[in-house]
Design a protein around this ligand. Structure first.
Ligand code: HEM
Length: 666
């Protein structure tokens, strides 16, 4: 069974207050943990995971699933996450998996075997290459730290409401702070005799198991960071085997993973198998083709064709400053009584974070759409590290009189970090929908009784995944009819201004030359990417050459569709049309072959739409069309046309004969 999450907010807070140094805090917190809040690794498997490659992993039923049946990507509802207190139980921590969990440990024996046999290679520009066991790692000094992990796609659903990106719809809870324990990567590299890097040019590469994923040379998920970042003790880069004082769970990288505090989650390699010190940055497929913020106007096709993935300035590593509101929750209501006008207050609450160890120094509220702002109270349950770094999220609150809420259309929040970065008033769309951090706007609706306001209802911008609701969805519908100023404006910016348009406009204006220097920063590279990068590009987001399957004459029945479930002959139906997905594309599919095979032979409309596939996916799909499902019988089909026609003709004939007989008789 998955045990209930009973973490005590006060306990989480108390354990962190008045302690010296985050490591001491973490140890204290772990020691004070009540029993029974951990994921039971031998518990029941959720029905939704049955038949997928992950059907051995117990998962919390309340996690919101974002990518259909498989692979597993999820976040908890924001209110549930906040209710846990500062430290999240691992079973409610968001999960980002690109494929099946590659290290299968369905039983205690399997877990023990993997633990005993797991090795991490430490190779490359080191004097003593190592192949370390978990026991070897545990001989290095243990460091336990509370660290916030955030998926770079946090709040992406808002971007997808403006225009579908190539990413699925994260809501505002793709983050969690837990306590990670392991050794410093620097200690491990020193044990391997890492060479000096006086010019700061070396990199450390990391990857998980090979053959795990559909893309890239070896099917591994990998990345790299500069060596100096890894060696600086202030950065606290960890090789971690503990989360909240226990072994990692399968979804979070059992037996060992990388933790890079202050970075986006996508660089923190799970199921860590290989570390290599090298003269250049990683060429792993996922290092280049993921985790970028490309300029507005770059499409999935142009990103690959024009080499945008390889321009170093668009890589994302450190988190940007962000915040969102948890109270009022989406659809929360507030009864308005006469006391409201006599000074009743409501406490608005939320979270905020900044990247790279920076401190969140302000959280602000606006009741006039982001024109004027007022400061709230920020609390930091963590104490900074001995190097003054803040690795966790902050909590904030703001007491507002209900009377003021009565007069407002929306309430917005934003945070500031210690480098004076804050959040923009409006969203800027990017093709991967990453690092979305505009001010978080909650709309306020009024209900009236006898002509006066009786209730306020709060509406968040979006709900995660395919969950309906949120004012952006409503505005999105209105934007199609060009009635919504905000979303339709953002849509125009996201869709209308391509880089080509910008170039063309500039060439027509007198000041074009002076503006060209600005454009240069956004222009694609003039020389083609290096050969190895072209190879990466060949497996990229761009579709493979079309494999036109033979079209079928006549409708394809559900019975016939159900026969085609094999990898070699996988069919599925989406919105009434039937597609044959060739093995070559199954291999290429960014969500992995298993996600398609799990629904092969069925009407896969829901699974396909749940992921929120982009226009590019639609284009690829069209190439594979082989026919249609039988048309649902319509109204006309349901009416028995022939009998009615016969009856009408018959009745008409009888009437005509009677008229004729009457005429003859007269
Ligand atoms: C019906 C079941 C399907 C499921 C459950 C599914 C699942 C997924 C998932 C989870 C991703 C995100 C990968 C990641 O970022 O980790 C993805 C991306 C993608 N999928 Fe699928 N997929 C399905 C069918 C298809 C089909 C039939 C096609 C085209 C023939 C397709 C084309 C794509 C493309 C192009 C992407 C990249 C992102 C985008 O452009 O939308 N998928 N899919």
């Amino acid at each position: 069974m998955v045990t209930a999450c009973t973490l005590d907010t006060e306990l989480a807070q108390d354990a962190f207050h008045g302690m010296k140094g985050a490591t001491a805090c973490a140890k204290e917190y772990i020691a004070a943990q009540p029993a029974g809040v951990w994921l039971d690794l031998d518990g029941a498997v959720d029905e939704r995971d049955k038949g997928t490659p992950d059907d051995w992993i117990p998962r919390h039923p309340e996690l919101v699933r974002l990518t259909g049946l498989h692979p597993f990507n999820c976040e908890p509802p924001l209110s549930l996450c906040m209710a846990q207190g500062f430290i999240c139980p691992p079973q409610l921590h968001y999960v980002r998996n690109h494929g099946a969990v590659p290290v299968k440990t369905p039983t205690a024996e399997a877990r023990q075997r993997v633990w005993d046999e797991w090795r991490v290679a430490v190779v490359g520009l080191v004097d003593k290459p190592l192949n370390v066991s978990m026991a070897d790692l545990q001989r290095l000094p243990l460091r336990q730290l509370p660290v916030l992990l955030v998926c770079a796609g946090n709040r992406r659903k808002e971007q997808n409401m403006v225009k579908q990106t190539i990413g699925f719809s994260w809501g505002p809870t793709a983050w969690a702070t837990t306590i990670w324990g392991g050794c410093r990567l620097a200690d491990l590299l020193r044990a391997a005799g890492v060479r000096d890097d006086p010019e700061g040019k070396l990199h450390v590469h990391f990857r998980g198991p090979t053959g795990e994923l559909p893309k890239g040379d070896d099917g591994s998920y990998g990345t790299s960071i500069p060596l100096h970042r890894a060696l600086d003790p202030a950065n606290d880069v960890l090789v971690a085997w503990e989360q909240n004082g226990r072994a990692l769970t399968p979804d979070h990288g059992f037996p060992v993973r990388l933790i890079i505090p202050g970075y986006i989650g996508g660089r923190m390699i799970k199921w860590l198998a290989h570390i290599e010190v090298a003269p250049a940055e990683s060429s792993n497929f996922y290092h280049f083709m993921d985790n970028r913020v490309l300029p507005v106007g770059v499409t999935p096709e142009s990103a690959t064709a024009e080499g945008w993935w390889y321009k170093p300035e668009y890589i994302i590593n450190e988190l940007n400053t962000n915040s969102a509101m948890a109270s009022p929750a989406h659809d929360e209501t507030l009864r308005v009584t006469p006391d409201a006008l006599a000074g009743e207050t409501y406490t608005i609450r939320g979270y905020a974070y900044a990247g790279g160890g920076k401190k969140v120094i302000r959280a602000e509220i606006s009741l006039d759409g982001g024109v004027t702002w007022e400061g709230g109270v920020v609390s930091h349950p963590e104490t900074p590290t001995e190097y003054g770094r803040y690795w966790c999220h902050a909590l904030w609150s703001f007491d507002v009189s209900v009377a003021r809420l009565l007069g407002a259309k929306e309430v917005c929040c934003r945070a500031w970090d210690s480098h004076m970065n804050t959040q923009p008033n409006h969203l800027t769309w990017n093709v991967m929908g990453m690092l979305n951090n505009p001010i978080f706007r909650v709309r306020i609706h009024r209900a009236y009784a006898r002509g006066v306001v009786s209730e306020l209802r709060f509406e968040h911008p979006t709900m995660p995944g395919k969950q309906p609701g949120g004012w952006m969805e409503a505005e999105n519908a209105a934007a199609s009819a060009s009635q919504s100023p905000l979303v339709s404006g953002l849509k125009r910016i996201a869709s209308g201004i391509s880089l080509l348009n910008i170039n063309a406009t500039m060439q027509r204006t007198p000041s074009a030359q002076s503006q060209l220097s600005t454009r240069a920063a956004h222009s694609p590279p003039t020389s083609p990417p290096p050969a190895s990068m072209n190879e990466i590009a060949a497996g990229g987001v761009a579709p493979p050459p079309p494999a036109a399957p033979p079209a079928r004459a006549g409708p394809i029945t559900l019975e016939e569709l159900a026969k085609h479930t094999d990898r070699a002959d996988a069919w599925l139906a989406i919105r009434g049309l039937v597609y044959h997905i060739p093995p070559s594309y199954l291999k290429e599919h960014p969500g992995g072959a298993d996600s398609i095979l799990a629904v092969a032979g069925t009407d896969a409309t829901l699974s396909y739409e749940e992921v929120g596939h982009s226009d590019n996916a639609e284009k690829i799909l069209r190439r594979f069309k082989i026919g249609e499902l039988p048309r649902e019988p319509g109204l006309l089909d349901a009416v028995p046309v022939m009998p009615i026609a016969c009856a009408l003709v018959g009745a008409g004939s009888v009437f005509a004969l009677r008229v004729l007989a009457r005429k003859i008789a007269a």
